[in-house]
Structure formats: C-alpha cells, structure tokens
Design a protein around this ligand. Sequence first.
Ligand code: GLA
Length: 534
Amino acid sequence: MNRLLLAFLLPAGTMIATAQQRNFEPPIMGWSSWNTYRVDINDRLIRRQAGAMVELGLKDKGYRYINIDDGFFGHRDADGKMHTHPERFPDGLKGIAEHIHALGLKAGIYSDAGSNTCGSIWDNDVNGVGAGLYGHEHEDAELYFKDWGFDFIKIDYCGAGQELNLDEERRYSEIRRAFDDVGCGNVSINICRWAFPGTWAKDLAQSWRISGDIAPDWNSVKHIIGKNLYLSAYCRDGHYNDMDMLEIGRGLSPSEEEVHFGIWCMMSSPLLIGCDLTNIPDASLRLLSNEELIAVNQDPLGRQAKVILRVGEGYILAKDIGKLRGNTRAVAFYNPSESPCDMEIATKDLELSGTLRVRDLVQRRDLPDVRDGILRACLQPHSVKILRVEGEGRTEPEIYEAEWAYLPCFQDLGKTEKDVFYAPCPEASGGTVLQYLGGRRENHAVWDEVYSENGGDYLMTIDYVPRPYSKIEVAINQESPINIVPESPRNDGQKLASTTVRVRLNPGFNRITMGNAYGWTPDIDCFRLKRLAR
Ligand code: GLA
C-alpha cells in the first residue's frame, strides 16, 4: 500500500515509522576526556585520542565526537573573552577543532551554566572560576561555535546550582536562547544536571544526564541503569536520556562491561568512550566495536527499551527496532544481582507470535529458534543477554504499565515535595506504581501508543493502590474523560484494587491519559485491555 493511501486510512498519529523515515539524529557516539583525565588534559593528548579513534577503526563504527570536557579554561580577559589554559592548550582550541574536523570527526566542548565550573569546585582548577557561561552566553557561543568551530557542548550545573541556586528550566532556556540569537541553535546540547531535569529539556537539548557521575565500578553502572529503567517515555524523536560516559576499558569485569555497553545500547544513551584509546584492552575494543549492538543504539526509531517484566531481582527489557510495531524487537535479559537467575518470558508478553528467530548480539551468533512460546535465559550475576528476536507476527499488547507512561510534570531534581514519581511497590505488576499523580490538570499520565489492530470496544481494567478521596479521570483520544471513583484504602491487608470500564479504541495508535484535575489519583500500577467480541 502506498504511504499516501495509508495516511488516509489511518487516524492522525498512527503512521508507522520505518527505517527510511528518521528525521532526527541518533544518540551521539564518540570519546570524552573526563573519565580518564579529569581536568588534566592538553593539546597533544586530545590529538592522540582523536588519531587513535580513527586508527582503531572506531570512526568507521560510528564514533564521531571528540569531546573536550572540563580543564581547557584559561582566563577571561578585560573584554570578557575566554582564553584557553596557557600550558595545556597554548595554541588555543580552534586548531584542535580543525584537526578533529580534518579527521572527519566532530568536536565537542564543555562549559557550566553558572560562573564557575565543576572542576574549579571539585578539582581545584582555579582557571574554571568565572569561566562558565553566566553573563557571557552570547560571546562564549560566538567563540566556541563560530570562531573555534565546535559542534557539541555539554553544559554542567555546579556553578549555577550550588553557588547561584538558579532555576534549571529558566537558566537552560536563557542559554539556549542566546545560542539561537547568535545563529548557533543547531549545535548539539547536553544538559548536565545529574538528574532527569524535566520534560522541558527536550525543547532545549538533544540529551540530558539522568544521574550523578559514573565511576569505573559495578555499583555505579548498576545504579545508573536503575535510574533509567522507567524513563523510556522521555526518549523520543532525537532526545535521549544520557547515562554518562562509558567506563569500558577501565577495569570492570568482562561481563560487567557487556552489561554496561549492552544496556547503554538498549536504552539509546549517548555512547562516549571514556578510556585512554591508545591503551584500550582488546576485549573492550571488540565490545565497543560490536556493530550489532551499536545498531541497537543507533536504531532509526530512536527508542529506549522498556522494562517488560521483573523476574526476581532481574529485568527483561524490550524495544522495537527498525519498524515501530514490526516483528523484530531487541530484548535484554539483565541480572544485576549477586546470584545466578533463570529468566523466561512468554512470546505473547513480547507482543510477538509464532516461531521466534533469536540472535545473541553480544556473542554475535544465532540461537535455536523458540517454538514453545517461551524465551528463556540463565544469567550469571552482573550479566546481560542482548537478543534480537524476530517473530512471525506482532500481537496487540494486553497490558500497559504505569511506568511506561509519559508524565508531563515528572522531574527528578528533588527540590519539591509530592512530585509525581515512579514509586517502588512490590505488589504491583512491574514492581512500580505512579505516586502523586493528579492534584492539577497538567499532572497526568499519557500512554500515546495504545495499539488496537482494528479498533473497537475493549474492557479496560485499571490496577491501583487505593488512596483516600481519590479519583481517576481517564480520557481516550479526544473524548471527554470518564470519571472513576476508586475504592478507598482497604483494611483487609490487600494492597491492590482494580476497576473495569468499557472503552472504544480507534484502529492504530490511541492516546490514553489518566489524572485528576483537583485531587490525587490512587497510585496507578497498570491497565489491561481485553477486546470485546464484535
Ligand atoms: C561534573 C560532570 C562530569 C564532568 C565534571 C567536570 O561532575 O557531571 O561529567 O564534566 O563535572 O568537572
């Protein structure tokens, strides 16, 4: 069927994305100086790393950015112009950016939203005092992007936060406006505020950090994955949750490195290598060069995998690749625990049908077909399996977890009380519920890809943890909301309750929202859809 005809037959918003359609950039890939060198960087070092990236074949695998992090600052002169560090970068950064470009690579730079850089505070780098963008937004943008030619900037928050106590949304918006003013709105921007900053970030930046700084140890990797498990809804259309630079090649065990790289790929995080490339262990280089994993990260749909199932302490995550709601999905079995874990998932819970063809993307080999409807894996502690799974068909989803929802008011800055968040709840289907949803109209949850093959009537069952005096307003597409008065908290020890309503879905994607404009909703766990016979 041609696309015009398809567009005519399907309601707005239901166009199925295909590989040819991408009109946004994938997560950036490259190298960054911070993890290995902190502020102790210099001209020769950056050139050597850039050279190594090409020589090791990493450029050919898609690694393109050479990012100079904190440490290049010299002083601001009487006119406010920034100069580079006299010993580390005596010849400035323009020549380095040119050199990077001449290698066919892109160049990244670093600054702070406030006056002082993080290095000036944590690494005694006195030259970072007054080096940030604060009060110099336009002139620094002119210098870094137009004069020196940088393509990317990471904007940190040490000076802006702990020193100036600025409001994040306002401050990053001012900076973005200044970049636009000088005609540099097209540089790739990374917001570095060490927590999911809020849904406003997508209007300003291509990526945003969701955690504190990574370290080359297992607990750090596990912690960051944990922070990103429920943020898949915010990764859309070329905007990515940044899990921080890679610690591969810096002492993690081989299976921990596979978890680190594999999950960064599943979650479409930027991939910025953080080790000394001139000295990278062979196995780490092989992992970073794994084209099949890289393809999962750079997939044209640009999606972040969702947690589909929790099994003990393990997780099974999945995302569509290549084609939205196609027959092929990337699936990760992840065991962060200290004991081996046998995991399995039913084919139908992956929304697939028929025989599954399975390929292990870490080992780069095909596994036996799955014909009995259950995909199984035995996972050692701290390990992962990343699979490409192709079914014969795609089925309608039966369940939508609350933790897959897009929450327009969600942020993780920890500055205010009673903000909506993904709260652990062992009794809930995915071990998580939405807490503090409602209270105002904007604070709702959105599932915008509720799929129905043919449209029609469904029973929608909402599982929730009751709260006193709560209400759920459920809206399907443009229809006026259905008001549901849920149960009051129970005293029989049972935590979850459920309620069922009849809804009508359009063919293709539907948008369902839940909230309460004037009071809280109960804590939402999930909803299930059951098609009614015609
Ligand atoms: C912060 C950032 C790090 C790094 C340093 C530089 O800690 O989160 O990634 O850029 O600052 O000082």
